[in-house]
Design a protein around this ligand. Sequence first.
Ligand SMILES: Cc1cc2nc3c(=O)[nH]c(=O)nc-3n(C[C@H](O)[C@H](O)[C@H](O)COP(=O)(O)OP(=O)(O)OC[C@H]3O[C@@H](n4cnc5c(N)ncnc54)[C@H](O)[C@@H]3O)c2cc1C
Length: 522
Amino acid sequence: MAQFDAIFIGAGHNALAGAAHLTRRGWKVGLFEAADRPGGAVKTLELTEPGFRHDLAAMNLSLFAGSAFNKVYGADLAKHGLEFAPVQDCFASVFAGGRWVGVSTDLATTVARIRAFSERDAHTWESLVAVFPARAELIFSILGGPMKKRALARILFSLWRKAGLSGALELGRFLLSSPRAWLDETFESAEVKALLGAWGLHLDFAPDIAGGAVFPYLEGMANQSFGMVLGKGGADTMVKALAAMVEAGDGTIECNARVERVLTEGGRATGVMLADGRRIEAGRAVVATVAPGALTRLLPQGSGEAGFDDKMRAFRHAPGTMMIHLAVDSLPDWFDPELKRFAYVHVAPSLDVMARAYQEAQAGLLPAEPVIVVGQPTAIDPGRAPDGKHILWLQTRVVPAEIKGDAAGVIGERDWEAVRETYADRAIAIIERHAPGLSAKIIKRTVMSPLDLERGNANLVGGDQICGSHHLAQNFLFRPAPGFADWSTPVKNFHLAGAATWPGAGVGAGSGFLLARQLAGG
Ligand SMILES: Cc1cc2nc3c(=O)[nH]c(=O)nc-3n(C[C@H](O)[C@H](O)[C@H](O)COP(=O)(O)OP(=O)(O)OC[C@H]3O[C@@H](n4cnc5c(N)ncnc54)[C@H](O)[C@@H]3O)c2cc1C
């Protein structure tokens, strides 16, 4: 008899959520993880000094809090220690001259801030928020469900019934729009457009990329309506609870256990071979939560369908991210102290700055003016740092994995080992324009280049934080490739899940849970 019913390659949150569900359905499950701990891109570590707990990658757990998995298993997760830290002051953007605008859960407060830039936009914001619940139901029915033809037909039919033909067409047009197209149609203030447009870049939607409007919209409306959540004590609260759920059932998680190969027999997956040579059998399913390009190594003979193998090799990654983790004496002295309360402050002053940074990164250049996301987790959850001290989670979006030059013409090196600290200095100098004195507050900093991110987690190819571009040609029915949006592969019992597959990146546990339900029901 096989050792396991199902084997997961990787123990990121998608694998953990899928495994937790399968154990609840009576399956015996094994997870084999290359890293020294589970969690993948969701890890909390003392990256600078003892007592300073940094979220290495994902920090915002709102997608998980709102996920179908959390709806079903929230009580179990809470029993296993999951705790959220709710955020009221969610995100803001800073501009020259000390001006800023931000979204807090108190509607009147947000509206007053927007009114300072445009009376018309303030009214628009209120109208958008008022219709958000009805519209969100339609959008989430598409973004949260399986991407199969029959399921999609059902969703489209119900969309047509609820919204009529013109409503369905309007939603379709919105889903195809670029952030800039929607923002220009909707708002008049350049600052309000920049405030929302920055969320496109959390994925790979620069302002002019078709299909990106929905992300700034959802982030703005959802944060306004429900706030945001971080993990209490660190994002790994979620991973610890998921892992405990798996192990409380018939599940085993083995770390420092890289899977080298998927074992097959007669076109069917039968198990995996680990890097140390051990062969582990699976009777019902092998689920890889890896980047599609990794399949060439896992299936060296190919899948049996050349078309599929070509598509996996051709899978497109998005530009990279660089992370700067800071231990600091106190929060940045923004020109307005109110900004110290926010979970995120974007230094992304205009849609044009964002478009330029994206284009430069795509061309292999270090952006002259990168977009910077300043995460202030200890403003919400002070226990992550020693008394009175703080941590900052800084992202520079977006940077190339392979450096061909510097758009500013200043940095001559081409190797991230040599560039890492210098480029971090550029990012911190940009923040200093809005929060003078930041450098003097730094107790210790740890910078992670795109290549460092990939070294820690092979799925972050070239530092691509979303494991594959989400542009229209690689999303919805086309994620990871046409014909395989249902987590199938040409090898029977072998499935590809994780951020590279539908419904994509983020900590919503989408693909892991949807696939597990497909395999075992429930
Ligand atoms: C810097 C950064 C910031 C982010 N911020 C946010 C955020 O704030 N909010 C949000 O919602 N999302 C965020 N994301 C995205 C989100 O974290 C990811 O999309 C999500 O965690 C992916 O989960 P996953 O389970 O699919 O894969 P991963 O978390 O990538 O896990 C995959 C696991 O598989 C393992 N693995 C790969 N190959 C093998 C092998 N051959 N053998 C064994 N193990 C293997 C890897 O080591 C890894 O642990 C961020 C991502 C990054 C990188």
